[in-house]
Design a protein around this ligand. Structure first.
Ligand SMILES: *Cc1c(COP(=O)(O)O)cnc(C)c1O
Length: 435
């Protein structure tokens, strides 16, 4: 598959170039040249097909022929080593739990898939001299998933920047205890400072020889595998309620996950409506109301993985609807909720059903409830994007309950933290050049 830049001022590239570059030279996001719906038989028989095979069918056209079918199958098998259960919360309301991976964040799948694709290309080129460095800024969750996904992948080094004192203890341990090809840089500053340093590094010609790439959802190899979730949810729903219309509510920050859901719909998955549920960082809900896209600096909330004021992937969603807002509105709505509403929803869910939702999932629940008012007979699914333990303090305070720490988290809590402290862009550059 060839990819073009959404800024339309750069040459088309292969999948390999798109993943290694991350972003096009004209600063545009890469987008596939073509999207072919799947064979209707695959959708009709989805309940009889294994997750690995569904994933292969869904992503094959975007990767082939550069990665052979056999290698792609093996990459998928190594990526999908955990479950994606659909759990009933209320009548006609389900949640798709995306937190059963090694770091208990939904970003595990994209990170593991991207890491294995990069590893595959490196192996092909026998190139230790072509080492790639994945540079990533994190407010908490992305870093852990990327670090874990890339751990031990040959020819790929990972450098993670995180704001000192501003990530949770669990998140810090997940970032700083892996060793091997993973290095954590502890930045005295905020997440925005980390992000600015990373952006500067990508544009810095004196760092060209370091082969820097990104591992956030701008990268096609991290974005596209998120389509799998919607297929896995549909597979489980089809067994329960084959006749009902389906609404997905996706807690959204950078809008990569929901954009992948719309890709799944374009591939033929019968989804009726998408809700992009946000916290008070409401650039997209405002756009849907006014038609004006006006990014603003992000504001801090309890659903902090969605504190994004300028959602990068929304431009991909617009491309999928040929930049026609009226077409978009037919299958897409976006609503924003405050921290107060989020906590209230967490309590409501817990009291009604005993289910413990994290703040991100609760925002998804709120958006779903709102959309179901327009279509009360539909079947709704909200995505649970992180395990509540990742947001332990807020969840325990709000629900007045104790959360048991899962095994994969306990394991890292005992390990020794290792980080390098930096405080300026010059420090970052010095580190990258000194390796
Ligand atoms: C990253 C993240 C999100 C937002 O996903 P996008 O693809 O950026 O919209 C939501 N919840 C959690 C827990 C996350 O880590």
């Amino acid at each position: 598959m060839k990819y073009y830049s959404l800024n339309k001022n750069a040459a088309d590239v292969s999948f390999q170039q798109a993943i290694v570059q991350g972003i096009a030279p004209d600063r545009g996001l890469y987008f596939p040249k073509e999207i072919k719906p799947l064979d209707a038989e695959v959708i009709a028989n989805i309940h009889k097909i294994s997750n690995e095979n569904i994933a292969f069918q869904a992503i094959h056209q975007f990767i082939s022929p550069e990665i052979s079918d056999a290698s792609l199958k093996s990459i998928i098998n190594q990526t999908l080593t955990f479950d994606f259960p659909l759990v009933k919360v209320e009548k006609n309301i389900y949640t798709l739990e995306l937190f059963h991976g090694p770091t208990m964040a939904f970003k595990d799948v994209g990170a593991r898939f991207m890491a294995r694709c990069l590893g595959h290309f490196n192996k092909q080129e026998h190139a230790t001299s072509h080492n790639v460095t994945v540079l990533v800024a994190t407010s908490g969750d992305t870093g852990g998933a990327v670090a874990n996904g890339f751990l031990g992948v040959k020819g790929v080094n990972v450098v993670i920047l995180y704001p000192s004192g501003k990530v949770s203890d669990i998140q810090e341990k997940q970032l700083t205890t892996l060793g091997s090809n993973i290095t954590a840089l502890e930045v005295s500053g905020t997440f925005d400072d980390c992000q600015d340093m990373v952006k500067k590094a990508f544009l810095d010609n004196s760092l060209k020889s370091e082969n820097l790439t990104s591992a956030n959802s701008i990268n096609v190899a991290r974005w596209l595998p998120q389509m799998f979730y919607f297929f896995f949810a549909y597979k489980q729903m089809k067994k329960l309620h084959p006749e009902k219309e389906i609404i997905f509510s996706v807690p959204s920050g950078n809008f990569g996950n929901i954009c992948a859901g719309i890709m799944a719909q374009k591939l033929g998955l019968p989804i009726n409506h998408f809700v992009a549920s946000t916290n008070i960082n409401d650039t997209v809900p405002k756009f849907m109301a006014s038609g004006k896209f006006e990014p603003i600096p992000s504001k801090a909330t309890i659903s902090n993985a969605m504190d994004v004021g300028n959602p990068s992937n929304f431009i991909r969603i617009q491309e999928l609807f040929k930049n026609d807002v009226n077409e978009l509105k037919k299958t897409f709505s976006s609503y924003s909720f405050s921290d107060e509403q989020t906590k209230f929803a967490m309590k409501e869910i817990f009291e009604k059903s005993g289910y413990v939702a994290d703040p991100h999932g609760a925002v998804g629940y709120l958006g779903l409830k709102k959309e179901l008012e327009n279509n009360p007979n539909a079947l709704g699914v909200f995505l649970e994007t992180a395990h509540p333990v990742k947001f332990l303090d807020v969840v325990e305070d709000t629900l007045q309950t104790k959360i048991e720490i899962p095994e994969q988290i306990k394991k890292v809590l005992h390990q020794e933290k290792e980080s390098i402290k930096i405080s300026s862009y010059e420090d970052l550059k010095t580190y990258l050049k000194s390796r």
